[in-house]
Ligand binder design. Structure first.
Ligand code: FAD
Length: 393
């Protein structure tokens, strides 16, 4: 049975995070170092505050310097942290680094773990996950279209290809690259993941993409690999098992996106509620008009249902279940429901809503992307439909 009562220790941690975010992080919300994306100097300043407060990397194991929370603990802390759209940076829980910690924990060799996890968990190293190749009609929703190739030779592999919409590139230290692996005899061994240094010869940052969102340190990039040399020991996990191993990252990573957006939507709802209680039109407060009151009510319903979905999945993951279907459904539901919440908040604020006077405007832009990354809603529905129909027989 799922227990919804927070242990006293977790409740105390939630309160500490809540106070930390409101006292130390919210004051940075108008810091100019946020366009077109979060500047590395701002991220580092926030990480230093998180470190000082003893709150860095709640998702990471204690042995590597994190707080070692389980998935339900992570759900509570991530929601509290993202009261500010800068909270994910202060606690070092931003994508893709947070998901990459999980991936490394599960598939990396002891040497890779010892080298990469301590600086990653300390917020000193940022990492990238390079899969999508939309620009070359390669991997996107359908990863089997992967075109980037890792050609094996006597010294290891040579990677060539192009990747698109790769987050966090500028300022990152390590790139986890998915590539089709061809052995010395020309046999296709399937996809593998490789650890590539960002300063490896042949790796190029071709173009920074201008995007609707602005909350990713390092921005989003189109990048290319021209015979980038990687050694045999740079394979992350096993050769040919890249897709299967990336799957272990996916379910928890989808869920942590839901947790972060829940926190942000909760903040937008609080701002809209305050506004609706104070601003007048036609002889009453906005909130007293049924049209606005119902929007607030619908927000509460969406926030509550998202929290329940997240908690259920977190509980399943804590029971060591894969929860692929459940996290997939939660991802679709939360990305759409929380997007609706932020949209309603913008409407309730009227003209103020579309300005940067509140965080709603940036959250509105940022949350739109959530319906696309980690699988567009339609692709999750497509997979779900296939499962439903296959169960029929
Ligand atoms: C903000 C952001 C950050 C990202 N960061 C990274 C990153 O760091 N690393 C990385 O590798 N990738 C990243 N991505 C890429 C992301 O993973 C892809 O955008 C996603 O997998 C979809 O692929 P695509 O964009 O090529 O869309 P496509 O596969 O071209 O699909 C386009 C649209 O077609 C529809 N569609 C596709 N297939 C189906 C189907 N079977 N049924 C019904 N409709 C369908 C959907 O509506 C979909 O939105 C990021 C994306 C965004 C938006």
């Amino acid at each position: 049975m799922i227990d919804f009562e927070l242990p006293a220790e977790l409740e105390a941690l939630r309160q500490r995070v809540d106070e930390f975010i409101k006292d130390k992080v919210v004051p940075f919300e108008h810091d100019p170092r946020q366009k077109p994306h979060i500047h590395e100097s701002l991220r580092k300043e926030l990480v230093a505050l998180g470190r000082e407060a003893g709150l860095l990397s709640p998702h990471a194991p204690k042995e590597y310097g994190g707080l070692g929370l389980d998935h339900r603990g992570i759900a509570v802390v991530f929601e509290a942290a993202t009261w500010s759209p800068l909270g994910h940076l202060a606690l070092n829980i931003q994508a893709p680094d947070e998901g990459n910690v999980n991936l490394l924990m599960r598939v990396a060799s002891p040497e890779h773990k010892a080298r990469l996890l301590p600086p990653l968990v300390a917020g000193e190293l940022r990492t990238v996950f390079s899969m999508t190749e939309t620009v070359t009609d390669g991997a996107g929703s359908d990863p089997t279209l992967l075109q980037t190739v890792a050609q094996q030779d006597a010294d290891g592999y040579l990677i060539s290809g192009q990747k698109y919409m790769i987050s966090g590139v500028e300022g990152a230290g390590i790139n986890i690259v998915m590539a089709r692996t061809i052995d010395v005899h020309g046999h296709d061994l399937g996809a593998s993941m490789f650890l590539v240094d960002m300063d490896a010869p042949g790796f190029k940052l071709d173009r920074e993409l201008e995007t609707i969102d602005s909350n990713t340190p390092g921005g989003h990039w189109e990048v290319s690999f021209d015979n980038v040399r990687v050694k045999p020991e740079d394979v992350l996990g096993e050769v040919g098992r890249g897709f299967a191993q990336a799957q272990v990252r996916l379910a928890p990573a989808r869920l942590t996106h839901c947790m972060r957006w829940l926190g942000i939507a909760r903040r937008c709802h609080a701002i809209a509620t305050e506004h609706a209680a104070k601003r007048h039109s036609f002889g009453k407060t906005l909130g007293e008009h049924q049209g606005v009151g119902f929007m607030l009510a619908d927000n509460e319903i969406d926030l509550h249902m998202c929290r329940l979905a997240i908690w259920h999945c977190a509980w399943l993951l804590d029971q060591h279940q894969q929860a692929r279907n459940e996290t997939s459904m939660a991802k679709v539901f939360c990305s759409e429901a929380l997007g609706r919440v932020v949209d309603r908040c913008m409407q309730i604020l009227g003209a103020i809503g579309i300005t940067s006077d509140t965080v709603i405007e940036r959250c509105y832009r940022d949350i739109r992307c959530f319906r696309i990354y980690d699988g567009p809603s339609e692709v999750h529905r497509h997979a779900l439909a296939r499962r439903i129909l296959s169960k029929r027989a």
